[in-house]
Unconditional design. Structure first.
Lengths: 136, 246
């Protein structure tokens, strides 16, 4: 019925308006964080400047949704942007991301979760020591 | 083969597709074949939102020496929003996205509709191990008419584009830590329906090779359903595409 009621220009404007409203509504959906995470503290956490930062030089993430080789690149690029991350080794088939870090500045658990979310993946767990007082 | 995937924030995906369209010879039209070079650039804005621009260039052959025309088509700008993401396992996922945009009348004389045409649509992707399914639909509100209608939507009627595809990963059987490229067999169903009654469906088997930062695709399409009165009927088509992630 719509095509008969409105002119072509009117329909165009209506469509653009409707899509803009829909986009605004959906974009406000909160971002999902990791579903599970293990954390503990030890002496290594003392050198960390920010609470919730990774304490170990090496942590293992489990993430789901790496369905194609491009997903590996997405994960690698997003995680390598984080402070202190020196390398990321990825086992697609098992969803394992093995991160090695150097230097004093380390990513927080929240930063890791956001990087995984930005890569279009779902963070399932973080296996490594996280300093108390932060994270998500 | 539209998919519910998009670049992550700050990333670019550039795609170049060469398409060759062969049309049935008909006294009522003056086009025999069209070579199209479609350039697409997509950019990830935030986690679930990307923008995309498409610009085609055309070489139209009327089948008569000296009757080849060259030009560009309408520029399409679109916004894509991922609305569903269920990652069921390490390599299993179900995703859906909606998109909307507008085709701007940038086309030269022989190409494009000389009108501003908004469009909306949705796309679904499911990947389960070595099997993948895609389904997409796009509605274009056509507000103008091309001088010489060739493609669906050129004749001034609103247009529904629909697509379904099945993808089977041939290689590797299982992924390893050595990230070797994947090779897929693809079966693509492409269709158009216009409110003037024109319907056209093509089945296109092909191959897709995908590495971490590049992908190549090739397919050949044949009509499986055609009821077209307002433009030339397609005979067959070939698609070759290159995609780069950076």
């Amino acid at each position: 019925m719509l095509p008969h009621v409105l002119s072509a220009r009117g329909r165009s404007r209506l469509v653009v308006l409707a899509f803009t409203c829909l986009l605004a509504a959906c974009a406000s959906t909160p971002t999902a964080g990791p579903t599970h995470a293990t954390s503990s503290t030890d002496a290594a956490a003392d050198r960390l400047a920010s609470p919730g930062a990774v304490a170990d030089d090496h942590i293992v993430l489990v993430a789901h949704g790496m369905a194609c080789p491009k997903c590996v690149t997405n994960a690698d690029l997003q995680l390598m942007k984080l402070p202190g991350v020196a390398s990321v080794r990825i086992d697609m088939q098992h969803g394992i991301l093995d991160m090695t870090m150097t230097g004093d500045r380390r990513p927080t658990q929240a930063e890791i979760a956001k990087a995984i979310d930005d890569a279009g993946l779902t963070l399932v767990s973080v296996q490594g020591r996280i300093a108390e007082g932060g994270g998500s | 083969m539209p998919a519910a995937t998009q670049p992550s924030p700050g990333q670019w995906i550039a795609t170049e597709k060469a398409r060759y369209y062969r049309f049935e010879t008909d006294a009522a039209n003056d086009v025999r074949s069209i070579m199209a070079l479609e350039t697409t650039v997509a950019y990830g804005i935030v986690s679930r939102v990307s923008v995309q621009a498409d610009l085609p260039a055309y070489w139209k052959d009327a089948g008569t020496p000296g009757r080849t025309t060259v030009g560009i088509g309408d520029l399409a700008l679109a916004l894509k929003l991922r609305v569903l993401q269920e990652d069921l396992g390490p390599v299993d996922t179900v995703r859906a996205a909606i998109f909307g945009g507008v085709e701007l009348p940038t086309g030269t004389d022989d190409f494009g509709s000389s009108s501003t045409d908004p469009f909306v649509g949705g796309v679904f992707t499911g990947i389960f191990g070595r099997h993948g399914l895609n389904a997409a639909a796009r509605w274009t509100f056509v507000t103008g008419q091309a001088f010489d209608p060739v493609f669906a939507g050129d004749a001034g009627s609103d247009l529904l584009d629909f697509n379904a595809s099945y993808v089977h990963r041939l290689l590797p059987e299982t992924y390893t830590e050595v990230h070797e490229p994947a090779l897929y067999a693809v079966l693509d169903l492409d269709g158009t329906w216009e409110t003037n009654g024109d319907l056209e469906m093509f089945l296109a088997p092909g191959l897709l090779w995908e590495a971490q930062r590049a992908a190549l695709e090739f397919s050949v399409g044949f009509p499986i359903a055609q009821s077209v009165e307002n433009r030339p009927r397609g005979e067959w088509r070939v698609n070759f595409g290159v995609r780069l992630l950076f």
